[in-house]
Design a protein around this ligand. Structure first.
Ligand SMILES: [Zn+2]
Length: 258
């Protein structure tokens, strides 16, 4: 009797222990399940966020990049076209750039208001060279006895010296200094007639400047047309030769255009 009671007690104890064990196992399993579910939820949420971000961003980027590429391409094409259209048909003549020192007497360093005219001059000092006249303009910063210069000087052998860059005031054409480019010309005698070399270089340089600054035949003038001074003498005394000179400039431009 006692034995059987003990056995029953043992069995009950065992079954209680088993019950407790399986409850603990169940609890542990539920905790694991929760963790797994949360992990899956977190992973899915992260994936969804990444996907949405990707979808939202990709088309915008593509459009922008494409638009930028197209814009850049268009810009280059336009620039090339414009450059081609604006290219001076007249080749740049051989110019010896010897810019004067900026000084009150020959190169004030001030900008012109505009470039509306090319003004032609003669030096009135026979047989002097372009270099000598350039050097005289340069010496005025020390001599300080007169205001005088020109943007360009064309020499007896056709050489061209640039003293003051176009777009900067030179002291040659009085009231036109602020609106023009001036070209001084050397000559051999008192008639003021230019040598063939001087003439050809002057035609070339004038044609180049006319095209470079969008000017025309009527924008080529003499110092005489500004102040009535007999400069350039030969082209004041020989009006037909002056007209011929302007024709030669325009014909040269037409030739260069082809
Ligand atoms: Zn003059």
């Amino acid at each position: 009797m006692k034995k059987s009671k003990e056995r029953r007690n043992r069995r009950e104890k065992r079954s209680r222990e088993e019950e407790g064990g399986s409850r603990r196992r169940r609890k542990r399993r539920i905790r694991l399940d929760h963790i797994l579910i949360w992990l899956v939820v977190i992973l899915l949420t992260a994936a969804a966020i990444l996907f949405i971000l990707n979808v939202m961003r990709r088309p915008v980027d593509d459009v922008d990049v494409d638009a930028l590429l197209e814009d850049t391409a268009d810009y280059h094409i336009e620039t090339e076209t414009e450059t081609e259209e604006e290219t001076n048909p007249v080749p740049m003549p051989d110019i010896d750039e010897q810019l004067l020192t900026v000084n009150e007497y020959s190169r004030p360093g001030t900008k012109t208001e505009s470039i509306d005219y090319v003004v032609i001059h003669y030096l009135g000092n026979p047989k002097t060279t372009a270099q000598q006249n350039h050097d005289y303009f340069e010496s005025l910063k020390d001599l300080q006895n007169e205001y005088m210069s020109a943007n360009f000087i064309v020499g007896i052998e056709g050489e061209i010296i640039e003293c003051v860059p176009p777009g900067e005031v030179a002291y040659a054409s009085n009231s036109m200094n602020d609106y023009s480019i001036s070209i001084e010309n050397c000559h051999l005698d008192d008639t003021g007639r230019f040598t063939e070399e001087t003439y050809n270089s002057l035609v070339h340089l004038t044609a180049y400047l006319v095209e470079e600054y969008g000017l025309d035949r009527e924008n080529i003038i003499r110092h005489y047309d500004v102040t009535g001074k007999e400069c350039p003498l030969y082209y004041v005394e020989n009006e037909d030769k002056w007209e011929e000179f302007k024709d030669d400039v325009m014909n040269y431009i037409a030739e260069c255009r082809g």
